[in-house]
Write a protein that binds this ligand. Structure first.
Ligand code: SF4
Length: 238
């Protein structure tokens, strides 16, 4: 079934999703991924932002099929540690993590929309550097796998293990939806999964350099993202 057919057969796909949810809601992430990869094949892709959860998913997906499609959104503003982690994951698991990015360089963005757009209009910056490349990427797929967990934020609390993503028009699979942060870190330690060293330095949630700050003990783990702004999400999972 192609992406277009999926969109025109939304009723049908919703019925299939309901069956999958019934079967997979309590399933281990491996089982959810096995279903996703066998159901959608080359038409499913894993999106990773290289958070702890994303690293777990790269490990699990690579164990099933090292040739599975995986991508990340390169805003050109990621931490050097994040780019180094991408390379470590590729080497360790023999996977290819495809780079997807805006066609607009940072210089072009500054001259067209103003300097430091992330400070003046962060929603527009995220739209240009994340959402637009994401829409373009997802248009080639029928389903995407994400690393979101329900307890990360109120807007993620109702995330299904499998759901219809009305915003981007394809199936969304969240194998770690039911997991806690503790379960993620237990898995990382037990399986020696590579992770971003910035997590050990007070950055529980890591995004772009200009929009990520240190989190103090007792603060919400995502408090360091867009600190001082109303913004709490980049728009990928809203
Ligand atoms: Fe721009 Fe910040 Fe969004 Fe990155 S997180 S795309 S720097 S606004």
């Amino acid at each position: 079934m192609t992406a277009t057919e999926l969109k025109t057969n939304e009723k049908e796909i919703n019925e299939e999703i309901a069956v999958a949810v019934k079967r997979l809601e309590e399933a281990a992430p491996e089982e959810v991924l096995l279903w996703a990869l066998s159901r959608f094949g080359e038409k499913v892709t894993l999106a990773t932002g290289f958070g702890a959860e994303g690293c777990v998913l790269v490990h699990l997906v690579a164990n099933i099929d090292p040739n599975a499609r995986i991508f990340y959104l390169d805003t050109d503003l990621l931490f050097p540690e994040t780019y180094a982690l991408r390379d470590r994951l590729e080497t360790r698991y023999g996977v290819r993590i495809e780079r997807r990015a805006s066609s607009l360089s940072l210089e072009e963005q500054a001259s067209e929309y103003g300097e430091k757009l992330w400070e003046t209009k962060p929603d527009q910056c995220c739209n240009l550097r994340k959402i637009r490349p994401l829409i373009k990427t997802l248009s080639g797929f029928d389903a995407w796998i994400t690393a979101i967990r329900r307890d990360q934020s109120p807007s993620r609390a109702n995330a299904g293990v499998v759901e219809w993503d009305a915003k981007f028009g394809l199936v969304k699979i969240n194998p770690l939806a039911r997991w806690s942060s503790k379960e993620v870190w237990k898995f990382i330690v037990q399986n020696d999964v590579p992770y971003n060293p910035l997590h050990n330095e007070g950055y529980p949630s890591i995004g772009c350099r200009p929009c990520t700050t240190l989190v103090q003990i007792g603060e919400d783990p995502r408090a360091g993202r867009w600190r001082g702004k109303v913004k709490t999400e980049c728009g990928l999972h809203q």
